[in-house]
Write a protein that binds this ligand. Structure first.
Ligand code: CAA
Ligand code: FAD
Length: 382
């Protein structure tokens, strides 16, 4: 086991850190406050090759490995978790299933503009009555010759207000349950696709999500991703990868909050000494650093398994569970270390505290990660 990062990994860390400091940090608080989608940052991430990090250069991507993606996600999310998730959805939830399940023609048509940053993607699995129970799909597609006609509603779709292309899961054969779910590639500007108003959220306010409505939307069968009935496997295998990205986002939130708190603790004085010299505060910092490192190691392991082409459902669930819970604990304690200053938006830990919560909810709640881990462990015991 080699804990040394390669030169390529160090290079992407430098590039992502410089981008975060140069372009993201100066506007991170403002875009949160205004709930403004940062198009200029998304364009710059496209130019830097961050919108399709693992995609083959033949299809417009950067051809790097999963660990490079994790490193870039952590660096960007340490400064702005909204920018992090916009990038993460495009990479892991849209480019990844197209890479894995798409034909050469589908990759040329749909993947290339997404990976190069020319277009933006979204992933549409959740519905008003199908969140954790993702197989309970009510959106349907009915065959009509070599087309399908789609009707239904999708909920809380990240990048929904801006997306050009979407990956959509729905029922093609209700009688078959999860084996009747299929996946489609959607032109989000097509006839019969409409978007609700953006959700007003607690955190990640510069990342926009909304409902998507399908009203007799017609797609050609060449837009089906995989075979009829493959859709649940497309979704679950995509989430195995996506959860690594959200773990990296959570790591970033935790690290950003920790660094701010550690700095503040050496500057703020009470009872004649820096608060870092009170053991209650220094022990909090010690726990934060240790837990962030543990979450990072789990995340790197899941990325390494993905790079090796091994199944990593459990390891992805573990790193997402751990990193999201660490992010919440670290952000909460960072606010505590800042005292009253932690509660006002002048300091960045207030935003980190709000941003951390979503990492325990999307791409599978913490309870669902425990379901995935436990069911796999129990199955392995025979
Ligand atoms: N890879 C491939 N196939 C998988 C799989 C995986 N990781 N996990 C399960 N499957 C297959 C199983 O092999 C099984 O196949 P067959 O029966 O055909 O052999 C089938 O899927 C059903 O498996 P389960 O019985 O385990 O499925 P379930 O209905 O009990 O649900 C679940 C399992 C883990 C709870 C799943 O519904 C789930 O992950 N729910 C959470 C949904 C979620 O994470 N949504 C995220 C939306 S995207 C998002 O949130 C993005 C964002 O915010 C930015
Ligand atoms: P529910 O499934 O109703 O769960 C409610 C509670 O019950 C939770 O605490 C849950 O853990 C618990 N629970 C449910 N079932 C079980 C069980 N079996 N065992 C134990 N506890 C259980 N979805 C997309 O498809 N694409 C996106 O881009 C996307 N982006 C999102 C962005 C935001 C900001 C938000 C808020 C959500 C987004 N989602 C997206 C949806 C997200 O994935 C779901 O909200 C999440 O999977 C939970 O589903 P739910 O909200 O329906 O909660």
């Amino acid at each position: 086991m080699d804990f040394q990062l390669t030169e390529e990994h160090e290079a992407i860390r430098r590039t992502a850190r410089e981008f975060a400091a140069r372009s993201v940090a100066p506007i991170a608080a403002e875009i949160d406050k205004q709930a403004r989608y940062p198009k200029e940052l998304v364009d710059e991430m496209g130019e830097l090759g961050f919108m399709g990090i693992e995609v083959d250069p033949d299809y417009g991507g950067s051809g790097m490995d999963p660990l490079s993606y994790v490193i870039a996600m952590e660096e960007i999310s340490a400064v702005c978790a909204s920018t992090g998730v916009i990038m993460s959805v495009n990479n892991s939830l849209v480019c990844d299933p197209l890479r894995k399940w798409g034909s050469h023609e589908q990759k040329q048509k749909w993947l290339e503009p997404l990976a190069s940053g020319e277009k933006l993607g979204c992933f549409m699995l959740s519905e008003p009555d199908a969140g954790s129970d993702a197989a309970a799909q009510k959106t349907v597609a009915v065959r009509d010759g070599d087309h399908y006609v789609i009707t239904g509603v999708k909920n809380w779709i990240t990048n929904g207000p801006q997306a050009d292309t979407g990956i959509l899961m729905l029922m093609t054969d209700k009688a078959k349950g999860h084996r009747g779910i299929s996946a489609f590639i959607i032109d989000m500007n097509g006839e019969g696709v409409s978007r609700g108003p953006k959700d007003d959220k607690l955190g990640i306010r510069a990342s926009h999500s909304c409902q998507i409505f399908f009203t007799d939307h017609r797609v050609h069968e060449s837009q089906r991703l995989g075979n009829e009935g493959d859709g649940f496997k497309v979704a679950m295998s995509t989430l195995d990868c996506g959860r690594i990205g959200i773990a990296a986002q959570a790591l970033g939130i935790a690290r950003g909050a920790f660094e701010a708190a550690a700095r503040y603790a050496t500057e703020r004085k009470t009872f004649g000494k820096a608060i870092a010299d009170h053991q209650a505060i220094s022990f909090m910092l010690a726990d934060m650093a240790t837990e962030i490192d543990a979450a990072r190691l789990l995340t790197y392991r899941a990325a390494a398994l993905k790079a090796a082409g091994k199944r990593h459902s459990v390891e992805s669930a573990m790193c997402k569970l751990m990193a999201s819970e660490v992010a919440n604990k670290v952000a909460k304690n960072a606010v505590q270390i800042f005292g009253g200053n932690g509660y006002v938006s002048e300091y960045p830990v207030e935003r980190a505290y709000r941003d951390a919560k979503i990492t325990e909810i999307y791409e599978g709640t913490s309870e669902i990660q425990r379901v995935v881990i436990a069911s796999n462990l129990i199955r392995a015991l025979g």
